[in-house]
Design a binder for this molecule. Structure first.
Ligand code: 5AD
Ligand code: FES
Length: 362
């Protein structure tokens, strides 16, 4: 017999069929999911939002993902690499504004100079903030040794999206070569977890060729992997990328957005104590996108604190929000919007994933 949404929501564990049914539900069911997710958020992680000041310090990338605007093959992008001084200035900005954590993100590189540079930046970031700033890095696939070197230098969280947990779909959205291997991506996630990072991953929602079953499996993957943090948002097509040729196969943007919200809400119900980011891509489709995500389970926001002159070149997708504004403009309006969503910004708190703390018995 088919279960009702209420019956599914009362269960403490969801099967694959349950998750598929939740993802497929109509607007009435959707509101039930949202209400339950909001309750669980309040109960387990509280109505607090933690900031991670995002520094997108370079768009130079050696990879060629078919969906991404800064892929090596896109010759229509002005490549930039912010100086160490400017990066550290952004770190100081975050610290002085009580953000408590920063995220360093860039295109992917594996050369020695890059690796050393990051190690040095991690040490310096700690030095100039009385050893207090929390540091997340999102610098792609690296060897386990490199991950360890950066962990020892002060990074304690790592974001590496799996993009899709389905190997076939992963292979459709990446070139077919060693540099874009599904197995390597999986291994990288395992390495990060073994080293002791709070490990974050995520997927894009509404990709061409993606099905509801794929998305259900993504959620089950996060649970099976015991992931500590998730950031996921809608896929937003970019005209200078190979996947753009499939734009006619896509759901309308609003539907991709709604599906992303539903994914966040279901994930909050399934993984009550993890950190879930309200991804920037949500805001590319709906101006209040991130705040809507907070209402249905997300608890992390990554305000962009990249020095402004470079921000317009870090276009992974089009319509990226806030690219004309300085960090100040962003943070002043953000706090007001967060309080309208019913949350309070937790300043000066790292806001580590409770899931991680339990996982490693802290
Ligand atoms: N649409 C949405 N998200 C994208 N990303 C890259 N390109 C796009 C796009 N076109 C996401 C990927 C990557 C993260 C840094 O940005 O999931 O992991
Ligand atoms: Fe740069 Fe995918 S295009 S990592």
């Amino acid at each position: 017999m088919v279960k009702t949404i209420d019956e599914i929501l009362e269960q403490s564990h969801f099967s694959r069929e349950d998750v598929i049914q939740l993802l497929q539900t109509d607007i009435v069911g959707r509101n039930k999911i949202y209400t339950r997710a909001a309750q669980i958020k309040t109960q387990y992680v509280g109505n607090k939002v933690f900031y991670r000041g995002l520094v997108e310090f370079s768009n130079k990338c050696v990879k060629d993902c078919y969906y991404c605007g800064i892929r090596a093959g896109n010759s229509n992008t002005i490549r930039y690499d912010i100086s160490d001084e400017a990066i550290l200035y952004a770190v100081k900005y975050a610290y002085d504004n009580k953000y408590a954590s920063v995220v360093f993100q860039s295109g992917e590189r594996e050369d020695k100079a890059f690796i050393k540079r990051i190690t040095n930046l991690l040490h310096k970031s700690k030095e100039i903030t009385n050893n207090e700033i929390g540091i997340t890095i999102s610098l792609g696939e690296q060897t386990k040794e490199v991950y360890k070197e950066w962990f020892d230098a002060g990074a304690h969280r790592y974001l590496l999206r799996i993009e899709s947990s389905n190997k076939e779909l992963f292979e459709k959205i990446h070139p077919n070569n060693d540099r874009h291997s599904f197995e390597r991506r999986m291994q990288a996630l395992r390495d990060l977890q073994e080293i002791g990072y709070q490990t974050g991953t995520g997927v894009m929602i509404g990709l061409p060729f993606q099905t509801i079953e794929h998305l259900a499996d993504d959620l089950l993957f996060f649970r099976d992997f015991s992931i500590d943090m998730v950031g996921m948002g809608p896929y937003v097509e970019h005209s200078e990328t190979p996947l753009y040729q499939y734009k006619d196969l896509l759901l309308p943007q609003v539907e991709r957005f709604n599906l992303a919200l539903k994914m966040i809400a279901i994930l909050r119900i399934m993984m009550k104590d993890i950190n879930i980011a309200a991804a920037t891509a949500l805001q590319a489709i709906d101006k209040a996108g991130r705040e809507k995500a907070l209402k249905v389970g997300a608890n992390i926001i990554m305000p962009n604190i990249t020095p402004t002159e470079n921000r317009s070149n870090y276009l992974l997708y089009e319509n990226k929000p806030c690219i004309d504004e300085s960090a100040d403009d962003c943070s002043s309006c953000l706090e007001a919007r967060i309080s309208i969503a019913g949350d309070t910004v937790a300043y000066n708190e790292w806001g580590d994933s409770w899931h991680y703390k339990k996982r490693v018995n802290l």
